[in-house]
Design a protein around this ligand. Structure first.
Ligand SMILES: Nc1ncnc2c1ncn2[C@@H]1O[C@H](COP(=O)(O)OP(=O)(O)OP(=O)(O)O)[C@@H](O)[C@H]1O
Length: 241
């Protein structure tokens, strides 16, 4: 049997903002083809973990290997200084909320995500794939994103992340602020994406949205990963509580 390819390997990661330590000595390994949920309450460090992987925290120490290359190490030289290198190594971060440019149309937005030469050459086919994942965007391609509903904006924001040829997709609370039905629809679309040789980590506060959908659910509590379960086991555990 061939070995599973390691996309992300984090060992002994601590990271934080200013003097505050948010992530505490955290280990995590993610393999190609895996879809992982990180569940934790507000303020327990899910977004900070994503920022640390992207090299955007104020400081960090420990090892973060992305596709076998060290992108972590001790960093105190300023957040974002190495982020372009992490992105080049295969990261796409889809941040919490809608970090979008209200003046651009939906199509311009999607194009902006195809920033590598390979993704740009392939952008037509990539856009078609995204329209299959998020069909409501098809008739909105020429509409400025400032005019879209919250759910549509979220689709644009996630779609832009999917336009790059990233191998690690970090999706931060994709359902946040959306009506429950719309949030569930967005989540369903994320579950249906063919990962191939890439991997996806979804941070969520709402366990119910991940249950039975992802390969593993990991709990996050005060900056540490606590317990790990296949989603069926997580379901059993929840029933017993
Ligand atoms: N950019 C930042 N600058 C300074 N402090 C931050 C920043 N981002 C997060 N924090 C702080 O780090 C701690 C962990 O927050 P974080 O956003 O990582 O948690 P979370 O689990 O993602 O919660 P949420 O669901 O609210 O995003 C909090 O005390 C928060 O105030």
């Amino acid at each position: 049997m061939s070995e599973r390819k390691e996309i992300l390997n984090i060992q002994g990661l601590s990271a934080g903002w200013g003097p505050m330590r948010v992530i505490h000595d955290l280990d995590l390994v993610v393999y190609a083809g895996e879809r992982i949920g990180i569940v934790g309450l507000n303020g327990h460090g899910k977004s900070t973990l994503f920022s640390a992987i992207a090299g955007m925290t104020d400081w960090q120490r420990g090892s973060i290997k992305l596709n076998g290359k060290e992108v972590g190490g001790t960093r105190s030289q300023g957040p974002g200084r190495y982020t372009h290198l992490v992105v080049r190594q295969g990261l796409a971060l889809m941040p919490q909320g809608d970090e979008i440019f209200t003046g651009l149309t939906v199509e311009e937005h999607l194009d902006s995500g195809a920033f590598t030469p390979a993704a740009w050459r392939d952008r037509k086919a990539r856009k078609e794939k995204i329209l299959e994942i998020f069909p409501p965007l098809r008739k909105l391609m020429s509409t400025p994103v400032g005019r879209l509903s919250g759910g549509e904006r979220r689709m644009v924001s996630l779609g832009r992340g999917l336009m790059s040829d990233a191998s690690l997709l970090l999706v931060d609370e994709p359902s946040l602020g959306l009506a429950p039905k719309i949030g569930k629809g967005v989540m369903k679309a994320l579950m249906e994406i063919e990962l191939g040789n890439s991997a996806m980590i979804i941070a969520e506060q709402n366990m119910a949205l991940l249950e039975g959908q992802v390969d593993r659910v990991i709990g996050m509590h005060v900056g540490k990963l606590k317990g790990e379960a296949s989603t069926s086991l997580a379901h059993e555990m929840k029933r017993e509580i």
